[in-house]
Design a binder for this molecule. Sequence first.
Ligand code: NAD
Length: 243
Amino acid sequence: GLPFAGLSALVTGGASGIGLATATLLAERGARVACLDLTAEVPEPLLGLRADVSDDASVRASVATAAEAFGGLDIVVNNAGIGAAGTVEDNPDEEWHRVLDVNLLGVVRVTRAALPHLRRSSAPAIVNTCSVAATTGLPDRALYSATKGALLALTRATAADLLADGVRVNCVNPGTVDTPWVGRLLSAADDPAAERAALEARQPTGRLVAAVEVAEAIAHLAGPWSSAVTGTALPVDGGMHGL
Ligand code: NAD
């Protein structure tokens, strides 16, 4: 049978890019999948849930809706995130709070709301979409990198806290992934073609990562075959972190 048959998943930021690729892949492999996003517009058979991870009430309502629709929740993919350019001198406090509220506290809120359901699962797993920026210094990305570095630490600490409950917690650290996010970045650049070439050259493989390549890594960490894997970060970055 299909590897995710009988399991249900919630993917935040599941209406675009890495999240949509992950939700689609999990559904193709037998899972029932809900996408929590600012928009509820997702293709069938995905269940679209409109919520903002920076709003606790909307998170709790959406998690409850998904758990009720599926009769439980086995897998949570904390993938919703936003970008931010700039050095420590470039962003006011308000901007730091806004980005942290989504990239870090958003994960806290969704995890907190989902845990009562995950604890009742026979194969519970959380996978967070972190970034190569958590482990590698990238220029002009101080705020973004700090949110992802904090998310990496949160992943490990939460894995330790949930060992006794059997809830595994891991993350993926993507390099530059070809998603609408990067599309927006490129269209805002003075010379989009040159900017794209620079992003490609930054990765040892000489190309951008495909969203489905990150989805495959998330599915690997989310599945019951990874039952001995927790508190780890899997780079999906064309070798960027170590070469
Ligand atoms: P994307 O912009 O294509 O998709 C992100 C989705 O998250 C969107 O559908 C958006 O509506 C949703 N979202 C944003 N803020 C939200 C909020 N407050 N509440 C609910 N949903 C929200 O981006 P992507 O490239 O697929 O990025 C997904 C994740 O991958 C992010 O966490 C990002 O930091 C991470 N990441 C991306 C790259 C890359 O190069 N694209 C690299 C490393 C890590």
